[in-house]
Design a protein around this ligand. Structure first.
Ligand code: FES
Length: 292
């Protein structure tokens, strides 16, 4: 079955809508100024749990509003339905905070889609707020209609959110394929003398780009493709963060430990695959645990 042309037209139009860029710039500036310090940004990205937390935070509003719509078709459920509408509205703030923080560090086409996704959610929340008020006044019919209209907008927004995650690969692990592509066992990397001290260098082994940083008689080796959005880590700078030698991605400044590949700071949430290395007679070999 082929992709519906209407769906393709809508998403392509939004991705290419340069007219949205001034609004994107303005909103991104506000988000970056408000969502501070960096520890809070890391939390909202989902660094402590190892992947984005936005999908978890949208469960309450969506779940509550869908449940409310079902109750609207059952007699005698007016109070429960209104309570669910209110619970969904109360649950909007965490999903806005996590979503906007992730969105603020995406590519421009992703940000255009994300902006329309966020605007749709705003419209849906306004519709549900009006629904809540109408239900409180005893105007059940208009309250239900406003709720159903809100749910339709949420559905459209969910479609764009799915496009953002699954088609445009926002907030997913861009280094997940590395253990599947890299062969098992020790692989030759090069001669130790080819690498300058503390200078991030890229080498490709069996088709997989690696970041190599020499430190004395040894090397640290990570996958070179940033897990956030595929930035080239060999173009980043070396820093010390949390007492560890780290590399900073040049694109959105994620910080990865050179010794473990762990995320020290987001927006990345998935670690960089860390390769074991050994030097024998001046020749470097690397191996990735679990590869193949
Ligand atoms: S590509 Fe975004 S932090 Fe690396």
């Amino acid at each position: 079955m082929r992709e519906l042309s209407i769906a393709k037209k809508v998403t392509t139009a939004v991705e290419d809508a340069e007219v949205l860029d001034p609004v994107v710039d303005r909103v991104r500036g506000i988000v970056n100024a408000v969502v501070q310090p960096r520890g809070l940004r890391d939390l909202l990205h989902g660094v402590p749990v190892g992947h984005a937390v936005h999908p978890i935070t949208v469960m309450l509003p969506i779940g509550a509003w869908v449940s409310s719509a079902i109750l609207d078709f059952l007699p005698g459920s007016e109070r429960a339905s209104r309570a669910l509408v209110g619970a969904g509205i109360a649950g909007v703030l965490p999903s806005v905070a996590t979503g906007l923080t992730d969105w603020s560090e995406l590519h421009e086409q992703q940000q255009r889609v994300g902006l329309v996704h966020a605007a749709s959610n705003t419209v849906a929340t306004v519709l549900y707020a009006a629904s809540f008020v109408q239900r409180g006044r005893g105007r059940q019919t208009s309250g239900r209609m406003l709720g159903l209209a809100g749910l339709a907008v949420v559905g459209f927004s969910g479609y764009l959110g799915g496009h953002l995650a699954y088609r445009q690969a926002a907030a997913v692990n861009h280094a997940e394929d590395v253990p599947h592509r890299f062969p098992t066992g020790w692989r030759h990397l090069g001669a130790l003398e080819e690498f300058a001290h503390n200078e991030p260098t890229q080498r490709t082994v069996d088709g997989v780009p690696l970041l190599v940083v020499r430190s004395g008689a040894g090397v640290d080796v990570l996958a070179n493709t940033c897990s956030h959005l595929s930035g080239p880590l060999d173009e980043g700078e070396l820093v010390v963060a949390d007492g560890e030698r780290c590399v900073v991605c040049p694109w959105h400044k994620s910080v990865f430990s050179l010794s473990t590949g762990d995320v020290i700071h987001g927006p990345a949430t998935a670690p960089q695959p860390k390769f074991e290395s050994r030097v024998t007679d001046g020749s470097i070999e690397v191996m990735l645990e679990g590869a193949g």
